[in-house]
Design a protein around this ligand. Structure first.
Ligand SMILES: [Zn+2]
Length: 161
């Protein structure tokens, strides 16, 4: 399925990407998928209290697009909490400013700047390799996309894993 080349700018992937109502088995739940761009607008406008104009500039989108994404995000969240559905944050045509990682062992978060190696697979704190690549979990591959956009050559290793 071809995706529109919008490349909305998102600072970093969310800390968690799945919300589930308690006491209902996963297989019986309907999942609402919230795009990473929808998550980012919610974060900037509703959480940070930014004006839509400001949020739109930050995400490199028009004011109208920002309003549309926000409305769609509100509808999805309203539907999920009203009907008792799960929310999964995933997808959307975005470029991440940086990736983030979480250690499953000690719950440390850390990030990488856009141009750095994205596969930091060892926890800086406990040295565990049980690391969650949050960008990958939500379906965004920031630096690789940026690299392709800028026409750089293939990365030295782990281009596809
Ligand atoms: Zn750790």
């Amino acid at each position: 399925m071809p995706k529109p080349k919008k490349n909305r700018f998102v600072e970093e992937p969310p800390s968690v990407f799945f919300f589930k109502p308690q006491g209902i088995p996963l297989f019986r739940l309907v999942q609402v998928v919230l795009g990473i761009d929808e998550y980012e607008v919610i974060r900037l406008v509703d959480y940070e209290g930014m004006q839509q104009k400001e949020a739109a500039e930050k995400m490199k989108i028009s004011r109208a697009t920002c309003a549309r994404i926000l409305e769609s995000a509100h509808k999805k969240i309203a539907q999920a909490i009203t009907k008792g559905q799960a929310i999964k944050i995933e997808g959307g045509s975005v470029v991440l400013g940086r990736n983030r990682y979480r250690c499953r062992n000690c719950d440390t978060f850390w990030g990488s700047a856009g141009d750095e190696e994205t596969t930091l697979e060892t926890c800086p704190k406990c040295k565990s390799d049980r690391v969650v690549d949050l960008g990958r979990e939500v379906g965004a591959y920031p630096t690789r996309m940026e690299r392709m956009k800028r026409g750089r050559g293939p990365h030295r290793h782990r281009e596809r894993e």
